[in-house]
Design a protein around this ligand. Structure first.
Ligand code: ADP
Ligand code: MG
Length: 307
């Protein structure tokens, strides 16, 4: 059996990481996709990242995955600097990216085959198929699977490497609303079974609240972490509870204000969140792991509207 791990995860530290890309059609200009971004996660923590398109969420995940390199700053998993891709950092995208010519079982074991570990780890293939509830579909091909099932294969394929960090880039974004809610519970169940450190990018505020120990709110131009909020609501979370809905409203307002032309500085929200600390399940970011206290984004205080 796949044992319930205390934690398979490692702490993750992102320290002052910046990344720029040439502007489209003009290599002389560079746009800051990520600006001096700092985020620390404890082992086994699940952090949701939310923000509008283009705020650097995927860039951040690619840097952690080691698929790209920062212009400045450092990234660490446990005591090891990130210097390139590694099976210890799994990545799951919106598109499950399964090999269409391989069965479910062979898709799940593909990474083990590539690393020459299949002989040794073959028993785990069945265990992980059971873990994601697909043992009856071992010999099915991807085109036989629903979107949710295909995404469960992608999760099993990542988890079989026993990643220390699992990076999820809008993994449920293509699913219908009902499947999506079921899959949120599925991901939480896997997280609770493995206690992998998980960074979940989502466009969905409810999903961010339902899933995360903390929520990182990012804003674009330049991409940066605007705020980190610890979610202290008990699990399993009630999507229609007062505290849940209040947090939802506040995050919506933060995101709205961050994308608006200087109406009401985001800085004002901070005290509002703090006032609610005792009753709403919301509290400011955990000490020692957070961004330093963040000032309102330039786009808000200077009245520079997003395009
Ligand atoms: P998100 O995932 O939040 O939507 P991304 O991280 O994909 O945002 O992109 C952040 C910014 O960086 C965007 O302006 C995007 O156009 C730019 N960008 C990302 N990757 C590249 C790349 N390989 N080349 C040029 N620009 C890029
Ligand atoms: Mg993205």
């Amino acid at each position: 059996m796949v044992a319930a791990a205390s934690t398979e995860g490692s702490p993750l530290r992102i320290l002052g990481v910046s990344k720029s890309f040439p502007a489209p059609g003009n290599d002389a200009i560079h746009n800051l996709a990520l600006d001096a971004t700092t985020l620390s996660m404890t082992a086994g923590e699940l952090v949701s990242v939310i923000g509008p398109s283009g705020c650097g969420k995927s860039t951040l995940l690619r840097l952690i995955a080691g698929l790209d390199f920062p212009d400045s700053g450092e990234l660490w998993v446990g005591d090891d600097p990130i210097t390139g891709p590694s099976a210890e950092r799994g990545l799951v995208f919106q598109d499950p990216n399964l090999f269409p010519w391989l069965t479910v079982s062979r898709n799940i074991q593909a990474g083990l085959v590539a690393r020459g570990l299949l002989q040794k780890k073959r028993p785990e293939v069945g265990e992980f198929m059971r873990l994601v509830g697909l043992e009856a579909f071992a010999n099915a091909y991807p085109h036989h699977l629903s979107g949710g099932m295909a995404q469960r294969v992608a999760l099993a394929r990542a988890l079989i490497n026993h990643p220390k960090v699992l990076l999820l880039d809008e993994p449920l974004g293509a699913l219908d609303a009902f499947t999506r809610m079921r899959m949120q519970d599925e991901v939480l169940r896997l997280w609770q079974a493995r206690r992998t450190t998980m960074l979940l990018v989502t466009h969905d505020i409810d999903e961010a609240i339902y899933m995360g120990d903390r929520i990182v709110i990012m804003t674009p131009h330049p991409g940066r972490i605007e705020r980190t909020i610890a979610v202290t609501l008990d699990r399993p979370r009630q999507r229609n509870s007062q505290a849940f809905l209040r947090l939802r409203g506040e995050i919506l307002e933060l995101l709205h204000l961050a994308g608006s032309a200087g109406r009401n500085p985001v800085g004002g929200m901070s005290s509002h969140i703090r006032q609610d600390e005792d009753t709403s399940g919301i509290k400011p970011d955990m000490p020692g792991t957070s961004q330093p206290e963040i000032s309102p984004p330039a786009s808000v205080v200077s009245g520079v509207a997003e395009p």
